[in-house]
Design a protein around this ligand. Sequence first.
Ligand code: FE2
Ligand code: FE2
Length: 396
Amino acid sequence: MALNMNAVYVPSQAKFGSFIGSKQLRSSRVCMASTIHPPSSMKTGNKKEPFVPPREVHLQITHSMPPEKRELFHSLNDWAEKEILVLLKPVEKCWQPNDFLPDPASEGFEDQVRELRARSKEIPDEYFVVLVGDMITEEALPTYQTMLNTLDGVRDETGASLTSWAVWTRAWTAEENRHGDLLNKYLYLSGRVDMRQVEKTIQYLIGSGMDPKTENSPYLGFIYTSFQERATFVSHGNTARLAKEHGDLKLAQVCGIIAADEKRHETAYTKIVEKLFEVDPDGTIHGLADMMRKKISMPAHLMYDGKDDNLFDNFSSVAQRLGVYTAKDYADILEFLVSRWEVEKLTGLSGEGNKAQDYVCTLAPRIRKLEERAQARAKERSPVPFSWIFNKQIKL
Ligand SMILES: [Fe+2]
Ligand SMILES: [Fe+2]
């Protein structure tokens, strides 16, 4: 999955360093809602202090969907079997990371690794910052499976439940698991990144979780995942394009094959939301407006490497500058989804539903305008060191 638009399209909100009590807080948007624990407060060694997540999110809303609506999702179980489970690929037909990596059991392994490293030498460090950020985002997969299992009416109640929703969630997770594996192994072999720092960041991130603001509602949850799958399709597609431009066709293939999976997953989640629009247009348009008002926070927004309190915003800035994932992409995704779900054509909505429809249908141009103004005001920022690439300085 991908990046935090808050940092990208409202740069003025990406300030850090305000304090309440002894706790340093994050961006102004979430300053009342999240806490950063500096490494000194995370000592768990000799003092036997309890572990605390490096990022904490407060003010979380739970179970906002009326309980009777859970029934709707139970009633869609057979529909999901016919329409959604068919979008999963049988394991035997799936690619595996090993298909795109030097085969350690082959004679030519060492030569293949040498070739991989020679190719990656031609790629600039700033590209690796973005690729590492994307890889770390994929590697926090336990968090995303947890997130799906927070959703009322569709969660996997046992860990091996046979409802269509639970079967989907497990198989989706299993497909996604290949993404982090492939990128991780590729980056490891490239020798271009500080793997220990990267691995620490993954551990910190999984320990912190995420705050998708989906409130246990599958309406909000599937709108969120529709947006995210498209965002990752866009960003992996762009890292593929850039790898090709830098002459690394194998890496381009790696990013491209992952992007193709994201596209298939986008098809599934957008199909679920399309069905929700069909059976409950009012509830679904409210959900879409609600998610867009809150802004879609990106899955790795609580990222931390033990050093840089602005890591996620800095990574997002580099991704924006390289054109891997930008504020324009955020607006484009919204516009794409509004058109995909034919939101403008919805009829018979309540008064509130009509308002939500107007809000959503006019939002993308407004986001673009805000972004243009923010860009015009944006001051040049000094380069920052990224621990992932041995503290080399990268322009934001
Ligand atoms: Fe993925
Ligand atoms: Fe995905």
